[in-house]
Write a protein that binds this ligand. Sequence first.
Ligand code: 4H4
Length: 260
Amino acid sequence: MRFDVITLFPELFAPFQSIGVTRRAFETGAVDVRLWPLRDHADGTYRRVDDRPFGGGPGMVMLVEPLVRCLSAIRSDQAAAAAPRLPVVLFSPAGKPLTQQRVQHLAQGPGAVLLCGRYEGIDQRFIDAHVDEEISMGDYVLSGGELPALTLIDAVARLQPGVLNDVASHEQDSFSDGLLDCPHYSRPEVLSLPEQGEGASVEAAVPPVLMSGHHAHIARWRREQQLAITARRRPELIEAARARGELSKQDEHFLSQLAL
Ligand code: 4H4
């Protein structure tokens, strides 16, 4: 898998390729990130990549010409490497919200060209001519598309075979089955936690079922926790799972008894 990243700030990407579990994806080549500094494709003394918007208004707009030259260089590099011609993804609040389902689809594909906008945005004529998909990370405005690009690369990289220690790990992730994840516990079995604002302490124990060694009971408890947390925090995800036929009779019975 390959990501060609068009960015004004390539220095943002190196640190993320050398830390955490996703480092393995980059070291093994399972995910190949190639950075394309847009300013290298701007001409003139000042190597301009932006200019004032026609019609007036605040901020600057990213110019078409440097983007066209940069994308052309990427296409030539992809062809020279006999790599597939990858779709162009633009990160923008106007894009389609990114979901784990979309991440899973991208993780099985050849990759993408990731276009990291800055300023007020990109000249619409480049978007109309060259952008295949617009993706949003959420309903808020960032200063650049680099953090969305890093987010997407991370979400895809962790799904690559051999990256997570335990294959089952990402199957248990939130959203991997369309539901939010269950709570997790580890040592010690009983914790003494100071009461909020008072001197006394309260004992917080691990749910006994997790100490029972009864795997079927543990699996059922975890599923019910997922259903309860999802029904209370993101009920629309329950409806979506139901519509996909992913809720069992046991799930439906539990939900019918659940106090929301
Ligand atoms: C694009 C800012 C468009 C503002 C941008 C606009 C996001 C996001 C993001 C740099 C770029 C910002 N990208 N999800 N949220 N003129 N990117 O904020 O449409 O308001 O993905 S605009």
